[in-house]
Write a protein that binds this ligand. Structure first.
Ligand code: BGC
Length: 772
């Protein structure tokens, strides 16, 4: 066995420093919320009993030594790339020695075949490896970033994007994606807000389901389906002050009502694996939380897959001050319910000793091993370990034209029109010369955003300039000047301004392509400001002074502070990082070939000081509306209104939609009885368009205070010019459930207000009562 090499990284230094010095905090002592484990809805089919599999795995495990079992619990990166310190080298030797059960950051049919051969030809028991990878918003064909996809509010499109990602990834040897990230995120300072579905628990839960089903399909044994991972369990999005990896502390009620439901939805959809988060929750690091991993996940929700840690997060329990040393950290993680150790090699190096000392039960190890072997079996790897490593299939699959078309379609659907003064968009036929200005106007690198790991960011992505040029009507010219820089250090510079202003002066319209560099969001990319970085704001103001119509196309992975732009420019499009086909998609919207239909999945604050701000706030005892205008002793700021710049659910169209008053089929419902709320939506605009019709509810008085609004339903519809449609939503008291004062889950009788409208800020209103 080769020596274990560790770099003296920041992390290992901390580990050494702290080893033996700290005593662990007690496990989170929380009552299990329900006694009986309910089997989840078996959407993927993989949870069905399989006696043949059970026999196979029992026979195999009977032959395994403790070391071979521990090997199955270890996930190591190849040497391709990593998001943290490399704790271990020599991964190939580890595979040959049976010390590894799974590998990540390895793909292509050829490479995974080579590594798989080391396992199935080189080890005593020939147990195949699982290959995992961060296939987050596309594998080779890159879709918009996850937050952008969420803005489509189109569950079918989101599912399809995940399905295509799985087809491409599986053709390159990948069995397992570390996606979807289902963390609710309400703080745009946190860079990883870009990786999730935004701030809302209802929308987030439906998207979690759609993504899990897209990756896993109906049948895991098909070679084009891959295991999904619901991550990061749990509450990672609530990091203090938006700083990545920071402390999370929240009430048990908020955890249950807001942060856990998308994970529950992922379990119900059949998510095969869960990943723990880096943060602590209520003083306990998630990878050591028996409450989260066993009481909630396995016992309450009935999860049957396996739990993997995030990157070295067992090791990090030492600097957290929860474990005295790595050995104890491993024991705490294993006993809490972590089955697989990502990259920390803690199980590999310590678990056998812990078993010998009686600190970890062999039955617990067996349960973890079994859950991993079962997934290998369900993937069909014991029948053919190379079934995902087929170079012919790989060649025929990646970047298929139909995948690129789908990426363009999802990107168009994800774009949100935030302002359109005097219908300056779509671009008029009279706009014969278009100036594209700004650092994101012709930058391939940026188009696909972060976590587009296998995506080609150098040649494939279509930039905005290329998209506009390709789609330009005859006789229209499209020219480009970079003009500004998004680099933080360029804030005071004006190098490119003259060229950009000269181009603007001789053009009919200016498209300002601004936002953030792709790696300013994502992991370890938190900011304390939401402003446009670099000297972009200064250039935007200078462009405004030219008197030309200005259209801001924003590309970024978080809500930015664009209050100035909202007041001064003519139109604003939020295009996120739109993916491989992004330039075409934005051009489709600008030219009017696609009528924008996206709605914000996250609130846009006026400035960073309003953060955290989300639509489902509490009312407080002194709501601003109760005071006279300018009243002092109400809940408000002296210098900024309470309202956001753009509310959750907001997005304009080139059409306009009129909502009728809401009608209810009854004024009172009993528990279990359905309430139907209807509204007629008319396309009163001049062209066909899509609208996301949204239903919100407020529970006026509760045993604990309730949010001022909660999304409870939506439907995305398409209406021709002049067309009208009646939309009906059905609710029962189950949709009104929350964690009540006694911590039980359920609804409460009383009065409710209901709104149906185009965003969380407006809508037609009705009232109903839920009786006993
Ligand atoms: C991230 C995870 C990711 C993992 C593997 C970590 O740093 O937090 O989301 O899946 O790396 O790449």
């Amino acid at each position: 066995m080769p020596p274990i090499s560790r770099n003296l990284t920041r992390l290992t230094m901390a580990t050494l420093l702290l080893a033996g010095q700290l005593s662990p905090a007690p496990l989170l002592a929380k009552p299990a919320t329900s006694a009986s484990a309910k089997a989840p809805v078996d959407a993927a089919g993989w949870m069905r009993a399989d006696p043949k599999m059970d026999r196979f795995i029992a026979d195999l495990m009977a032959k395994m030594t403790l070391d071979e079992k521990i090997g199955q619990l270890t996930l190591l990166t190849s040497n391709w790339e990593s998001t943290g310190p490399t704790m271990r080298e020599g991964y190939k030797d580890d595979i040959r020695a049976g010390r590894v059960g799974a590998i990540f950051n390895a793909y292509t049919a050829k490479y995974t075949r080579e590594l798989q051969a080391l396992a199935v030809e080189g080890t005593r028991l020939k147990i195949p490896l699982i290959f995992g990878y961060d296939v987050i918003h596309g594998h080779r064909t890159i879709f918009p970033i996850s937050l952008g996809e969420a803005a489509s509010w189109d569950l079918q499109a989101i599912k399809k994007a995940a399905r295509i990602s799985a087809i491409e990834a599986s053709a390159e040897g990948i069995h397992w994606t570390f996606s979807p990230m289902v963390d609710i995120a309400r703080d745009p300072r946190w860079g990883r807000i870009s990786e999730g579905a935004g701030e809302d628990v209802y929308l987030g839960s439906l998207i979690a389901k759609a993504r899990v089903r897209g990756y896993q399909g109906e049948d895991l044994s098909r070679p084009d389906t891959i295991l999904a991972t619901a991550k990061h369990f749990a509450a990672y999005g609530a990091a203090q002050a938006g700083r990545d990896y920071h402390t999370v502390d929240m009430s048990e009620r908020t955890l249950r009502d807001i942060y856990l439901p998308p994970f529950k939805a992922a379990t119900d959809a059949g998510a095969a694996t869960f990943m723990t988060s880096f943060n602590e929750v209520d003083g306990v690091p998630a990878s050591g939380s028996r409450y989260l991993l066993t009481d909630v996940l396995r016992e309450k929700w009935g999860f049957k897959g396996f739990v993997v840690t995030d990157y070295t997060s067992i090791n990090e329990m030492v600097p957290h001050g929860y474990s005295a040393d790595l050995k104890q950290a491993g024991e705490q993680a294993m006993n809490a319910g972590v089955d697989m150790d990502m990259q920390g090699a803690v199980y590999m190096e310590n678990l056998a000793k812990s078993v010998a000392e009686g600190k970890v039960d062999t039955a617990r190890i067996d349960a973890a091993v079994k859950s991993i072997l079962e997934m290998k079996y369900r993937l069909g790897l014991f029948d053919d370990p190379y079934r995902y490593a087929d170079e012919k299939r790989e060649k025929a699959t990646i970047y298929k034209p139909e995948f690129l078309d789908a990426a363009r379609d999802v990107a168009r659907k994800s774009i949100v029109l935030l302002k359109n003064k005097d219908n300056v968009l779509p671009l008029a036929a009279t706009a014969k010369s278009i100036a594209v200005i700004g650092p994101l106007g012709n930058s391939k690198d940026d188009m696909i955003g972060s976590w587009s790991a296998a995506g080609d960011r150098k040649t494939r992505p279509i930039t905005l300039l290329e998209g506009l040029q390709a789609g330009a009507p005859k006789g229209t010219t499209v020219a480009y000047a970079k003009g500004a820089s998004y680099a933080f250090e360029d804030a005071g510079k004006q190098d490119g301004f003259a060229e950009a202003l000269a181009l603007a002066a001789k053009s009919d319209v200016v498209i300002a392509a601004m936002g953030e560099r792709w790696d300013m969001t994502g992991e370890a990319a938190s900011r304390t400001s939401l402003d446009l970085p670099g000297n972009q704001q200064a250039l935007l103001e200078a462009l405004k002074r030219t008197g030309k119509p200005i259209i801001l196309v924003l590309m970024s992975g978080r809500p930015n502070s664009i209050e100035w732009a909202d007041t001064h420019v003519d139109a604003i499009l939020e295009a996120w990082y739109p993916g491989t086909m992004g330039g075409h998609a934005i051009a489709d919207v600008l030219y009017g070939d696609y009528n924008p239909s996206g709605k914000l999945p996250v609130t846009f604050p006026r400035n960073v000081g309003q953060v955290p701000i989300h639509y489902d706030m509490k009312n407080t005892g002194r709501p601003i509306e109760l005071g006279a205008p300018g009243a002092k002793y109400v809940s408000r700021y002296l210098n900024t209104p309470n309202t956001p710049l753009y509310p959750f659910g907001f997005g304009l169209s080139y059409a306009s939609f009129a909502y009728s008053p809401v009608t209810l089929n009854k004024a009172k419902i009993r528990p279990g009885e359905p309430l139907t709320a209807s509204v007629t939506v008319t396309n009163s605009g001049a062209r066909a368009g899509e609208e996301v019709v949204q239903l919100y509810v407020r529970d006026l008085v509760g045993s604990v205070t309730r949010p001022v609004k909660e999304l409870k339903g939506f439907e995305k519809i398409s209406l021709k010019k002049g067309e009208k449609r009646t939309i009906r939503f059905t609710l029962t008291d189950a949709d009104l459930a929350f964690t009540r004062q006694d911590m039980s889950w359920g609804s409460e009788p009383g009065q409710y207000t209901l709104w149906i409208g185009p965003s969380s800020a407006t809508g037609s209103e009705a009232s109903f009562e839920l009786t006993e």
